[in-house]
Design a protein around this ligand. Structure first.
Ligand code: PEP
Length: 247
């Protein structure tokens, strides 16, 4: 039986403050959640403001596809690591839609992250139109192939986030059954690259996860935690979500 330790990851996006850093770290430091790994991905400027803790890990929300050089405004994987990050979110739908990130860019960033010993949380998800046209699995297969087909070795070092675009920041959540169906599809699709890695890889769900809906989502056999946006900005609610992964 494969044991995958759940990952509950907070994506603060371009939100937060020094005060929130203090509140979030105090809140998580008072929790006893040994069954799950807790991760906070704040804006990069706040990474070094988080006190060191064995209760949570830190991650970036983005990383450069380049190692170093004349790329004004970019932050490299080595720099994220030096600032305390152990993970980095890659290919979030906001990056794909608003910053024109292609699958090729997602692949390059994934490689950079892994070579700096960061664990990439690589995001995939269908739009509302794609779901309505019943193209969810086809679209996901295409995006997964673009990253992993030629580089199956990356899978062993990755976390996958299934984030249906229509559920992000909308208050609309995939039902636990809908999410489970897609997670199971992703796992079985990935098994063609590497059977063992597909069994081991954590596939987390993102899209309007909150304290009310998290338990039913996390109870699904192929859902290994969550990527939490809006609700992660409320320390008490995020704590409740983390605690629910403990049950
Ligand atoms: C996200 O930003 O990854 C996300 C899932 O946001 P929200 O929880 O607000 O839908």
């Amino acid at each position: 039986m494969t044991q995958r330790r759940p990952l509950i990851a907070a994506n603060w996006k371009m939100n937060g403050s020094v005060e929130l850093v203090e509140q979030a770290s105090a809140s998580l430091n008072s929790l006893a959640v040994s069954a799950a790994e807790i991760l906070i991905c704040p804006p990069v400027i706040f990474l070094s403001q988080f006190p060191k803790s064995d209760k949570y890990k830190l991650g970036g929300q983005n990383v450069s596809s380049e190692r170093s050089g004349a790329f004004t405004g970019e932050i490299s994987a080595d720099m994220l690591r030096a600032a305390g990050a152990e993970y980095v979110i890659i290919g979030h739908s906001e990056r794909r839609a608003l910053f024109a990130e292609t699958d090729a860019v997602v692949l390059a960033k994934t490689k950079q992250a892994i070579s700096a010993k960061l664990t990439p949380i690589v995001c995939f998800g269908e739009t509302l139109i794609e779901r309505q046209q019943e193209k969810t699995m086809q679209v996901l297969a295409q995006h997964l192939d673009a990253v992993y087909a030629a580089h199956p070795e990356l899978l062993r070092h990755s976390v996958i986030a299934y984030e249906p675009v229509w559920a992000i920041g909308t208050g609309e959540t995939a039902t636990p059954e809908q999410a489970q169906q897609v997670h199971a599809f992703i796992r079985s699709h990935l098994s063609q690259y590497d059977k063992e890695a597909a069994l081991q890889v954590r596939i987390i769900y993102g899209g309007s996860v909150n304290a009310e809906n998290c338990a039913a989502l996390f109870a699904q056999p192929d859902i290994d935690g969550g990527l939490v946006g809006g609700a992660s900005l409320k320390p008490a609610e995020f704590a409740a979500i983390c605690l629910s992964a403990q049950d």
